[in-house]
Design a protein around this ligand. Structure first.
Ligand SMILES: CC(C)(COP(=O)(O)OP(=O)(O)OC[C@H]1O[C@@H](n2cnc3c(N)ncnc32)[C@H](O)[C@@H]1OP(=O)(O)O)[C@@H](O)C(=O)NCCC(=O)NCCS
Length: 183
């Protein structure tokens, strides 16, 4: 059974400090600037080294996304692109899966937490979603901290659950249910 919903998440969110908005073609340089950083890329399934064609392809994919199933936003702070966040919706199962990243120069300032909280809140307010999940590499402590800070619960570890660049990845999975979400 496919569950359809007319409601979509907003194209643009504003939080205390951030504006989350759709990606634009002109974002390719800013994406390239933070994605060439190996510290950023080590936790993500992206090409290393990361080049201009990879950034262009990433932006093209963002522009082509079906927002009713996989909404995504560039995270901006004072008009600078500082990261990205997305949700994959599986409305048949009332589940959303969130992913995010921020540029290294902005790490530790609460940007990912602020963006993730806003997106989870909006999903629960606007969509028939009962559970939001997210995962990080087991050694990605910063990402797990973000999930904890917004109130997600650690649900378990899937050992060697996928292979990225030849490495078998242990994943820490987190989730929050609608009834647990306090915003
Ligand atoms: C994970 C990531 C999104 C966090 O972004 P951020 O904007 O720095 O996040 P925040 O500032 O909101 O919170 C980060 C938290 O992690 C903590 N942290 C950072 N490095 C840490 C480490 N090595 N061990 C434990 N905690 C760590 C910070 O202290 C902060 O927690 P605090 O507020 O309690 O002090 C960012 O580091 C990133 O994009 N990394 C590369 C890509 C990535 O990992 N994406 C997520 C894939 S699952």
């Amino acid at each position: 059974m496919i569950i359809m919903t007319e409601v979509q998440l907003p194209e643009i969110f504003t939080t205390d400090r951030l504006v989350l908005r759709p990606y634009r073609l002109s974002d390719a340089d800013a994406v390239l600037a933070h994605a060439t950083d190996p510290e950023w890329a080590q936790y993500l399934p992206v090409p290393i080294p990361y080049g201009p064609a990879d950034a262009a392809q990433f932006i093209a994919r963002q522009l082509l996304l079906d927002r009713s199933k996989n909404p995504a936003w560039a995270i901006t702070l004072n008009a600078d692109l500082v990261g990205g966040i997305n949700v994959r919706l599986d409305l048949e199962n009332s589940v959303g899966e969130m992913g995010y990243s921020t540029a290294r120069w902005i790490w530790g300032k609460g940007v990912a937490t602020e963006a993730a909280r806003a997106v989870v809140d909006s999903v629960f307010k606007l969509l028939p979603v009962n559970r939001i999940r997210a995962m990080a590499k087991l050694r990605n402590q910063a990402s797990q901290r973000v999930m904890e800070k917004i109130g997600m619960r650690r649900e378990g570890v899937l050992r060697q659950n996928r292979v990225v660049r030849g490495e078998a990845i242990d994943e820490a999975w987190y989730g929050v249910l609608r009834k647990e979400w306090s915003g």
